[in-house]
Design a protein around this ligand. Sequence first.
Ligand code: XMP
Length: 518
Amino acid sequence: MVSKLYKEKILILDFGSQYTQLIARRVREAQVYCEIHPYNLSGDALRSFSPKGVIFSGGPSSVYDEDAPIPDASVLDLGVPILGICYGMQVLTHALGGRVAGAMEREYGSAVIEVLDESDLLHGLGKREGVSVWMSHGDRIERMPPGFEVLAGSRNSPVAAMADRSRRLYGVQFHPEVVHTPGGQRILENFLFRICCCSPTWNMTSFVRKTVKELRDSVGRDRVICGLSGGVDSSVTAVLLHRAIGERLSCIFVDNGVLRRGESDEVMELFQGRFGIDLHMVDASEHFLSRLKGVTDPEEKRKIIGREFITVFEKKARELGEAKYLAQGTLYPDVIESVSFKGPSATIKSHHNVGGLPDVMKLKLVEPLRELFKDEVRQVGVELGLPRELVMRHPFPGPGLAVRILGEVTPERLEILRSADVIVLEEIRKAALYEKVWQAFAVLLPVRTVGVMGDERTYEHVVALRVVDSQDAMTADWSKIPYDVLERISNRVINTVKGVNRVVYDISSKPPSTIEWE
Ligand code: XMP
């Protein structure tokens, strides 16, 4: 994907660093549009992208590895500024006749550099006591290519930053994109504004304006169908499309019987009531619950819900008449085709994909958010007037409460979990933790434990409380929320949710555990 919409674009070539997405997010935070592409983007694609500047990411390789990733040589002929980060700097050095060698010791973690030249890339960073940066490398620059000079050095990396100003080529051995490099954003902004001469024009107001126009042009007089789940991505997709094409958008909301309490009413009220969207609710809860009867295997539950969703959705879409497009809330991290996004994370994603809808329905896809990161989608939501509670919503799995009820999903067990879930979310919000944690929810366990209530012994269900901190759900840590919040949740759940006499707190991190229990 090479967006033609934006005049000023930065190209990030990915050499496999775990931080590549972070570079892109930092550049976007500086209000400059950028895209990530594989390191070996062809010469034609490089020219047609027409970037204002290029950033080479880091990567796990050494330039001397047999299959070391090397960019197409024509990237140097583009004549635009290049910033090489870590491995990216080494590739630049290697390509231009410098020498890269193994460092005396592998450097990983915080380091202090001395800034020797503050005139452009490191402008505003010089401090007598040195500047903290985050290093993570095995190789280092032993001899800079001809024409380069040192901008900063450290004990382990005498060339911690370098430049050839005549060709506007720059390199840093450390990672400016991570939070552990406190001046990192400044360095990236120096590159974008002082060196590439970009202007900070990428913002969500301009995104909405351009996208609405583009959607009107591309959809024309045709009709679009959109599945609305009430989650952030599909909600923003729907409202954006509605702004562009009004009543030619029809949305379908499927109540699959495993939603949280009050959810379908809220969705109807907001999207149909307040936004005036043509929204069709299908209450298929009984149908789904009958299919889930007796099923305890987590993957089986997922499959049933995925399959039934497609059937119900397709039927409703057919009733609504001819449409040419299907709208989906696909985000940028799902479409980046690059080395660092293969591997285990790809498998995790496909496992969650209920998917299949576009293939079955033979409709053309409209994906207006495919250039955006999640935090940008939230900003678009705000821009479009969606309520903050919706825009900041935690992720909720497609198979809903079915994967939070361990064992069989029955109406009674759903009732217990829904009641507990309401309490958890209320208390988390009251304690001002909702926007600080990644997800907070209750899980109903398939065991009973003994308790006492009044003079009587009880033998009832256990609810597990799961609250996690995370950046992207790929890794997560259990959240150290205050004891008094845990106490209030536990007291309220045990005292008011009939059928529960014990609450436990999940203190597992991911990996090796997962966020959900099933
Ligand atoms: P896990 O449990 O794998 O979850 O650590 C990672 C993130 O994905 C969500 N999740 C799902 N989302 N369908 C979805 O749409 C699913 O089947 C599914 N399972 C887990 C989970 O809530 C977390 O945000």
